[in-house]
Unconditional design. Sequence first.
Length: 589
Amino acid sequence: MKKISLRNCNGIPFISSISGSAFTFRAYSSCHYSKESISVKDKFGVNSSNLDDAVTLFHQMVTMKPLPSVVDFSKLFKTMISMKHYSAVLSLFRQMRKLGIPIDGFILTSVINSYCLMHRADFGFSVLPIYLKNGIPFNNVTFTTLIRGIFAENKVKDAVELFKKLVREKICEPNEVMYATVMNGLSKRGHTQKTLGLLRLMEQGNTQPDIYIYNIVIDALCKDGNLDAAINILNEMKQKDIPPNIVTYTSIIDGMCKLGQWEKVTTLFSEMVNLNMYPDVCTFTILTDGLCKEGKVEDAEKVMEHMVEKGVEPNIITYNALMDGYCLRGQLDRARRIFDILIDKGIEPDIFSYNILINGYCKKKKVNEAMQLFCEISQKGSKPDIVIYNTILQGLFEVGRTGDAKQIYAEMLSAGTKPNIYCHVTLLNGYFKYGLVEEAMALFNKLERNKEYTNIAFYSVVINGLCKNGKLNEAYAVFKKLSFIGLLPNVRTYTVMINGFCLEGLFDEAKYILRKMEDNGCSPDNVTYNVIVQGFLRCNKISEMASFMKEMDGRGFSFDATTTGFLIDVVRENPSVLDMIPELHSKNE
């Protein structure tokens, strides 16, 4: 914690403690710069399109007599920030101070901005004393910048605390931009009720919410599926003579699409048109995507045709939604047709376009077609992302092409793409599926040594793979290791271990694990009991199976399709088994 003296907007000093956490944020709006100031390029005839040009321009500026205005230095810094040369901004700022060149709040905010974009907002906070030393009062831009940066680092509590301090100690009267920043930060991280609460607080103060503020709240409510509350806010806006805009309607249409409320969507479209507000490409794309996810792909195509008729050109996201819809229905020829239409229209397919189609082909086990597309990505000068690598690996393992999967994994590493846990789980599952236990364990041991994953799901995959390959002792050794590395088995881990013992007919050990998991506060679920019952049926232990059935019934569990199938096979061979079972529950009844 740093103790620093701050002043409020009126220049009155106060003492404040601000944490030295690291934050990031986007550059603040250029609207804070003077509209009368001409561009650096126009004034000095230098196009600062790269770092060398910008630095050269800076050195020219500092040697001029008289010096250019502080606004021109601000505009140069802003240009450099847009080029992402954050450290260079800091370096030039230090040179300005050494040379005694005047600075203002805009320049200091640019410096804070640069620190935050470098994930060093603790240094951003250290700029605040420079305001005091130069007699520059803090303003909303200063703190809005920091708040936005804190949210970008997912430090929600810190961001809210700073905002509360500003309000409580009257450091600055929050304006619409600051409120919007806080509410946007909260809503994007799932804090919808806090966002709504802040709207109500704002309504009671001097700064009244505008359409942008209301849109943030409506969008958050719609994403939460709380459509009724969103409509209520919409009606409140209308009562206050704040007309909804295209963003408002698009958010609500998105919420309605996700809930399949197509009649309401139609009504809302009509309302928009009556207000002379025609849907834009974003609205149409949301509608297209919603229809596709509902399996209504033909309707989605009609929407697209309607878009074009109205002069709204579909974008890459629209086409991707349509492709995904056809892939979800297994209609790969139609999905490929959309892909080809994209290219014919001169729209370059993006990485999502390729992933949608590759995934579609892999799901249908058409791995050759998937591989052709995969190779095409590199041929076009792009680079497959980790999602595509994982998709293609799953597809290859699905059809038993383990050698090709190993090669793709090696290529991924050499290309510098870092595998994530999903990729390694795919590899482990694939190796275990085809009995490549040594390769699986070599990978597992390497990852464990590097301490890349301490995830219980990751260990569960290994335990399951070993059990299914008859390596029960090795699986149990990994299971017992969990307590030593501070990991608590979850219901899946316990169930996997129980299944391993059942497969070997070791029912006493299976029952021991069952009781142990309950002692450890992890309740067995329906899958756990079905696994045990299946083990009893395999070994024809009908009386024990009947006993567990009563226990299952008492917990509200029932047989799944696999267990029912086992039971039917046993009854066919020995019909008297039915007499030993008082009731037969099945999820399929």
